[in-house]
Ligand binder design. Structure first.
Ligand SMILES: O=C(O)CCC(=O)C(=O)O
Ligand SMILES: [Fe+2]
Length: 413
């Protein structure tokens, strides 16, 4: 390979493009035995009701609607009722018993291999927690949000849409510039068929207004099961070869980053952490989609890989960042100052300054600092948002999403 700086720039671009897109959502329909659409619930007076969702009349669905509470959502760690944001009824899991059986529906075994692109799927166990029943009448909607993370291991959400007659109420999902509309009113071919979608919980999603009828959904939170940490996901279905080859061509050229340093990859997904506490090393077995692809390719090249937080260090100079290894709580800080009180060095324990380099300046020797080359770009502010994000369902005090990066150490001697 020739090694002018523009050749390297092209090769780096190739490596960036070799991080192939994987899906952040998978949807489908499944026919169920009739009793799976039976449901029992308690109304506000704790009177029991029986409902067959495959035959329910609009009047029966109105009775169910009346038994629901107005749905709140989590904002800035508080539960808020705001009908300009979410207009729907909800019923907590202890108030109803649905005969829908997730296990016999086989939804997860169908979907997870596509979503998690993991070969470890047989060992890699997922726990599904039934979260709520949601009822949207005409005019019901839920504005764009991400689902509140309830543990570091929560990675996904499952929505099951019952075949009750309705129009509208499409679920629009957006991630990294891609958009998908799940038209649940159109999908089930008959009233014994449900529509479902599984998506990574940090995908922004929105329920558009229901234009007629009743849209009734079950939501589940999906977690990596505890024991699955012993069988981390590895990629099989997705071809990591193009990325591995592009990276290996780079690192095998002695003129590429001659002083060594880190290859940096801005991650594409957010991960739940406890601010002030979670060590980013704990996220290593939890990476999703493209992030997992990057990790697998780097490890296949025997690079030492770690997850880090990264921030521009606001010296005003371009190309300096702070790297750190735990989920520093920056919520009380506006601008991070370059020096002294309020500088990242003061606020974030163990943070180190790192200099961003490219083909034009990676041969500059600077004894004091380490170099990083961003193969995939770092999200704005390292994705390390200090502002509140509006989350979906009820607030959770403990967990926040942060965007981190993966760094792979390149040793040169
Ligand atoms: O009902 C739906 O389709 C989605 C509900 C939702 O996004 C939520 O409960 O967080
Ligand atoms: Fe949601």
């Amino acid at each position: 390979m020739s090694d002018t700086s523009s050749d390297f720039a092209k090769k780096i671009e190739q490596a960036r493009l070799a991080v192939q897109k994987t899906s952040a959502w998978v949807s489908g329909t499944v026919k169920l035995p009739p009793q799976s659409l039976h449901m029992f619930y308690l109304d506000k007076e704790n009177q029991p009701h029986f409902l067959n969702l495959s035959t329910a009349t609009p009047e029966q669905l109105d009775v169910l609607t009346a038994a629901c509470d107005p749905a709140t959502f989590g904002r800035a760690n508080e539960d808020v009722l705001d009908e300009s944001y979410r207009k729907a009824g909800k019923m907590d899991a202890e108030k109803f018993a649905s005969k829908f059986n997730l296990e016999t529906s086989r939804i997860l075994p169908t979907v997870l291999p596509q979503l998690l692109v993991g070969s470890g799927k047989n060992d890699h166990e997922v726990e599904a927690e039934l979260y709520k029943l949601n009822v949207y009448g005409e005019g019901g909607f839920f504005r764009a949000h991400k689902d509140t993370p309830r543990s570091e291991k929560m990675f996904g959400s499952l929505v099951v849409v019952f075949p009750t007659p309705h129009t509208g109420g499409h679920l629009a999902l957006r991630k990294n510039g891609e958009e998908f509309t799940f038209k649940s009113d159109d999908l089930p071919g008959s009233r014994d068929e449900i529509a479902y979608i599984v998506f990574f919980s940090d995908v922004e999603h929105e329920v558009l207004p229901v234009t007629s009828g009743h849209r009734i959904t079950l939501t589940y939170n999906l977690y990596h099961a505890d024991k699955s940490t012993k069988a981390p996901l590895t990629l099989r279905n997705h071809d990591i070869t193009p990325l591995k080859d592009a990276l290996s061509q780079l690192i095998n050229s002695p003129k590429f980053m001659p002083n060594g340093g880190y290859l940096g990859f801005g991650l594409r997904y957010d991960y739940p952490v406890v601010l002030g506490k979670t060590k980013f090393s704990e996220l290593k077995d939890l990476l999703k989609g493209e992030d997992l692809m990057v990790q697998t390719a780097c490890e296949a090249l025997n690079l030492d890989v770690s997850i880090r937080g990264a921030l521009p260090d606001s010296t005003g100079e371009d190309g300096h960042q702070a790297l750190f290894d735990y989920a520093a709580d920056l919520s009380g800080w506006g601008e991070i100052e370059p020096e002294g009180d309020g500088s990242w060095a003061e606020i974030i324990k163990g943070a180190k300054r790192i200099d961003e380099v490219g083909p034009e300046n990676w041969d500059v020797e600077d004894e004091r600092r380490e170099h990083i080359l961003w193969v995939t770009p770092l999200a704005e502010y390292g994705g390390y948002k200090m502002s509140y994000i509006t989350y979906g369902n009820e607030a959770s005090l403990a967990f926040e999403y942060v965007r981190t990066c993966l760094v792979a150490k390149l040793q040169r001697e």
